[in-house]
Design a protein around this ligand. Structure first.
Ligand code: PLP
Length: 500
């Protein structure tokens, strides 16, 4: 980081004990300049960190600092020691997992939130944070085309939200589990909930935490397009009731992690209503697409969900972390979680108008996450957000078309959004084991090269590459270059075909 002016470390701490405001101004400007330069040149770094496991740890002292260090030293360490160990999620070449963006307004929102440092556990501990969260999530509800009323809170991750949803679902059973637990009770049947084989692992993890167990989740098969098979779902529920299990919830996914398939939520909602089960929809990735009115179909049926998750930190350009949890039944969620010790008791913030947001999950402390989301929504506007989602989808579909038109590559799943599942499949090479080796080698070679970062999944047991477009800096030129790199890699591998 460029050193603008020498600052004596002894001068940096004011009478408050904190960094004095002039030092803050100086280093704050340096940091903002660094961020602006970083974001301009982020595509020039190798996307995937080049360090080996333990490199960063060994480069850092194993003893804590005893004496104060200057900000010059701290910022220099950040750049020389930590930066090489960063995988650049904000790079245009990041095409792995779900590609995301920490956008400019979002980063500024994070900075302000750090400065205010409020803990929005109770309404009174920051009325603006609580009320802005309510307003921002109602704006988002409208942008997504979801009906009023819908109560929303922001959690760190979708994994937490799904846990809370299933805890609330469990609370609807007349078993008083919140109070009496489940262990050692003969009056509690084995509990069951359902999700497809394509659902995210957080759905299964929730069962572990809730004491329902991994076997409490019954995984349902999918159709040819990786969507939950509703016939199998209904049959499984009937079988489980007959066998003495107590089914209590179904988790549908809008935008599954591997293929971004969209489960048939309206039919799943019918089944949930028929059997009295809680419907939770994990729209962590795909839900955001509905800000584009032409993509509203993705949330069809979600107005009937008891709980729904949409992650602005996945595809609404919001810096991690920001996961929106919506519910039509805030009273049930609150009944599952609210526990108010004396020191937090107060007369405000008990209703839905001005809730105490600590009542809707396990965390007491809550960051002011709505600030960055609010700034992003205002800065881009619904039209701006929709245009960016449309562009990512266009790039994904373009890449999918190139794959379809190529004799050497094939698509492995439909592409409803901006994520493409595909693999190299050269003419005449049909042995699955060899294809797996070939595609893994291509992926490793791309990742070693450094301009792009690619990840994989397995579909029907077949090693599958995934390209996810979701970063605001990714352009058509990047996708073209990536496609060119795939062809080159395949050619190189073909020359070494005997090794495969
Ligand atoms: N749900 C889906 C569909 C996902 O793809 C993911 C992560 O990629 C998650 C949930 C977990 O998200 P989080 O990191 O917010 O817990």
């Amino acid at each position: 980081m460029e050193e603008r002016k020498y600052y004596d470390p002894a001068q940096q701490r004011s009478a408050t004990g904190d960094m004095d405001s002039e030092a803050f101004r100086l280093y704050g400007h340096q940091v903002v300049d660094w961020i602006a330069d970083y974001l301009t040149h982020v595509g020039e770094y190798p996307v995937l960190a080049r360090t080996a496991p333990g490199d960063i740890r060994h480069a850092l002292p194993d003893k804590p600092p005893v004496q104060p260090e200057s900000m010059e030293t701290i910022l220099a360490d950040f750049e020389s020691v930590l930066l090489p160990g960063i995988t650049h999620w904000n790079s245009p070449g990041f095409l792995a997992y779900f590609s995301i963006t920490g956008s400019g307004p979002g980063i500024l929102g994070e900075m302000l939130s750090g400065a205010l440092n409020v803990n929005a556990m109770l309404w009174r501990t920051s009325p603006a944070a609580t009320e802005l969260e309510q307003v921002t999530l109602d704006w988002l509800r409208q942008m997504l085309g979801l009906p009023h009323p819908l109560f929303g809170v922001i959690n760190d991750t979708a994994s937490s939200g799904t846990l809370y949803a299933l805890a609330a679902a469990r609370e609807t059973l007349p078993l008083h589990i919140r109070h009496q637990g489940m262990a050692g009770r003969e009056d509690v049947p084995r509990l069951r909930y359902y999700a497809s084989h394509e659902a995210h692992s957080s759905v299964e993890k929730a069962g572990i935490v809730l004491g329902v167990g991994q076997s409490g989740l019954r995984k349902i098969g999918v159709d040819g397009e990786f969507r939950m098979d509703v016939g199998q779902l209904e049959q499984a529920i009937q079988e489980d009731f007959a066998a003495g299990w107590r089914p209590f919830a179904v988790v549908a996914t809008v935008g599954t992690t591997s293929t971004t398939s969209v489960d048939p939520v309206p039919q799943i909602a019918d089944i949930c209503e028929r059997y009295g089960l809680w419907l939770h929809v994990d729209g962590a990735y795909g839900g955001s697409a509905a800000v584009d009115s032409t993509m509203r179909w993705v949330l069809a049926g979600c107005e009937r969900a008891d709980t729904l998750i949409v992650n602005p930190h996945k595809w609404l350009f919001t810096p991690i972390d920001c996961s929106v949890f919506y519910t039509r039944k805030p009273d049930v969620v609150k009944a599952a979680f609210s526990l108010v010790p004396e020191y937090l008791r107060n007369t405000e913030g008990s209703g839905e108008e001005v809730p105490n947001l600590m009542d809707y999950g396990t965390s007491l402390g809550r960051r002011f996450r709505s600030l960055k989301l609010w700034m992003i929504m205002k800065y881009f506007g619904q039209e701006g957000l929709a245009a960016r989602i449309r562009e990512h989808t266009r790039l994904g579909q373009l890449f999918a078309r190139w794959v379809d038109e190529s004799a050497d590559f094939e698509r492995m799943a439909p592409t409803p959004f901006s994520t493409v599942c595909f693999r190299a499949h050269p003419y005449g090479m049909d042995d699955e084991a060899r294809l797996e080796v070939l595609n893994e080698q291509i992926m490793n070679s791309v990742n070693e090269h450094g301009r792009f970062f690619l990840s994989h999944t397995k579909l029907h047991g077949k090693f599958t590459l995934r390209v996810a477009v979701g970063n605001l800096r990714t352009t058509e030129k990047d996708i073209q270059d990536f496609w060119g790199e795939m062809q080159t890699c395949l050619k190189d591998m073909s020359l070494r075909r005997n090794e495969i």
